[in-house]
Structures are given as C-alpha cells and as structure tokens.
Design a protein around this ligand. Sequence first.
Ligand SMILES: CC(C)(C)OC(=O)N[C@@H]1CNC[C@H](C(=O)N(Cc2cccc(Cl)c2Cl)C2CC2)C1
Length: 338
Amino acid sequence: AHNNNGTVPTPLTNYLDTQYFGEISIGSPAQMFNVVFDTGSANLWVPSQSCSPFSTACFTHNRYDASKSWTYVENGTGFSIQYASGSVRGFLSEDVVVVGGIPVVQVFAEATSLSALPFVFAKFDGVLGMGYPHTAIDGITPVFDRIMSQHVLQEEVFSIYYNRDPKHSPGGELVLGGTDPNYYTGTFSYMNTREVGKWEVTMKGVSVGTQMMFCTESCTAVIDTGSSYITGPASSVSLLMKTIGAQQDESGYRVNCDGVQTLPSVTFRLGDQDYALTHEDYILWQSQIDGDVCTVTFRGLDVPPPTGPIWILGANFIARYYTEFDRRNNRIGFAAAV
Ligand SMILES: CC(C)(C)OC(=O)N[C@@H]1CNC[C@H](C(=O)N(Cc2cccc(Cl)c2Cl)C2CC2)C1
C-alpha cells in the first residue's frame, strides 16, 4: 500500500466534528480497530478481550484477543492512564501493528477497564499516541518512532487533515511521511516546538476581533489532534465568552444562533503568524427538534503548573489549518485547509 514516495495516507472518519479516527490492525490474522491519532499522548491502547463484562465502554467496542494471534508476545506489565476526563487501566502486550500499510512490532496496552465516562461516548475503540517517546507511559517506544526506525518514510513527518463538514468523506486524512496537497492551499508556515519532546509551541497572544485580550506576555499552546475543542485557562475563556455574548450551560457555552453572523474572529498568534478562526470555525450549529442550538467550541480547562497554564488547540483549529508535525526538525507547520 506504499505509493511511490513512501507516504501512506490513512482516511479518517469524522464523527460530529468532535471525534476523528482511522483504522489500524493488530495481530495475525489482522484484528481491526478504530483509533484516534492523538498528538497529545504517546501510547497505543485498545480494549482487551479479557476486559470485565461490567466495563460497558469496553464491551461496546472492538476488543483485542491475544489467543487468536500467532504473532502475539506476552508482556503483562501493568498500565494505567489518567485523563482529565476519565481513566484507562490494563496490561502490556506485544504484537504486529499495521498503520497506513506499514507493519511494526509494537508494545501496546490491552485495556481491561475503561471509565464509562467518557469512553461510552467514544465511537473509536482506542488511542494511538503520536506524541514524543519521553511522554510515553512505561517508557514504551511509540508507533511513529518504530516506523521512523524502519527508514521507509520519505520524510520523518506526519500530517493531519480534519474535514469540517461531516457529510463529506473522507472525514479526514493522516499522512505518514509527508503532506497531501489535495487538502491544503498555499504554503506552510513553520514554528519550532517550544521544547523538544512535546507538540506545543509558544503563543504570543489571543485576540477577539482586533483586541488582543489574552496571553499577551506569551504562553504555551499544545497542538492536540486528540482534543475536540480549543481549551484555555478557565478565567480567560469565561472572559472571552462574555465578550462574544455566550452563556454558559451544563454542556459548555452557547450563543443565540440569530447572532452568529456578527460574531468576531478569534485569532491565535503563533510563530509571528496570525491564525484566525471565524464563527464558521468555532460555532457548532446543530438543528434540533426544539430549535437550533449554537455551541461555542471553546472550553475552560485549568491545567495545573508546571504543565499549565496552557491553551490546547484541538480539532476545530486543525480543521481550519492543515497541520504537519515534523519530527526531523522538531517543528509544526500550518497551511490553510481546503
Ligand atoms: C498525561 C496524559 C495521560 C498522557 O494525557 C493525555 O493522554 N492527554 C490526551 C490528549 N489528547 C486528548 C486525549 C483525550 O481527551 N481523549 C478522550 C476523548 C477525546 C475526544 C472525544 C472523546 Cl469521546 C474522548 Cl473519550 C482521548 C481520545 C484521545 C487526552
């Protein structure tokens, strides 16, 4: 499945503009899984055949069955991830993992317990972390590092396209080893990662309309393909929402759909370039039975120091700006997505 220049595109499914996932296989014969390619983490985990029947989230997803794979190698080391939104616990195994047609022998986690929240809402089965090795739990070499060490890629980069319109396919695309000109226009603007080992950059301000309101003394922005929304420090986001006239309710922030057209752009200054999101990019307009609902796709999230305070630029940002993650040069490139 390798095209002539070593890049191997993986089509992604777009579920409600909040979950983008693609198919990988584990084991021989191949067992298929839908995973989020997540630049905010660095481990691969999928639900396990041996997960407890009480773990609903496990039971409603594809599960890896080691006993059915002749390339399975036992490991057994414990594994657990504590997300802001939930937790995953299980044990390590090793088997052949195929991503975009490239096979690697990979240590991954079989999840035996998945917190119902949020994984019961997940359309994907597991997570394939695209982060750097030193952020990997249990010091496991991540999938992309195993692929790079095979020297099959033309460039040591990967790129992500997220489609904004759920009706059109593909919902997105992951390219290993390059970029896909079908999904961006113009040229890339690059910025170095803030520190080697994390997909994060220094941000030099967040503006609402023409007014720079936040991060005026520079701050950190994580480019996170596994997050649905944009998050910022809760105090900043609540002031941002007040400025655009959004009300907070149990599920986040909403605006009156009638006023959407007059909403200001929100602009992120990254690497001396301005990346603007218009209301088209940051309002999720859902037509519901009792009328239209316009959700603002920003969330307040306070990440404690030393990691935080940070802004997280997730799927709604990446859907507007096609993103190239460059491991060779430790830099991130953005181009206007089509
Ligand atoms: C510190 C460390 C644990 C490594 O941090 C992370 O792993 N941080 C991850 C950073 N990227 C987003 C991850 C996340 O929130 N989810 C849950 C999720 C996201 C969107 C929609 C749904 Cl339904 C769900 Cl369940 C995983 C699916 C990627 C956490």
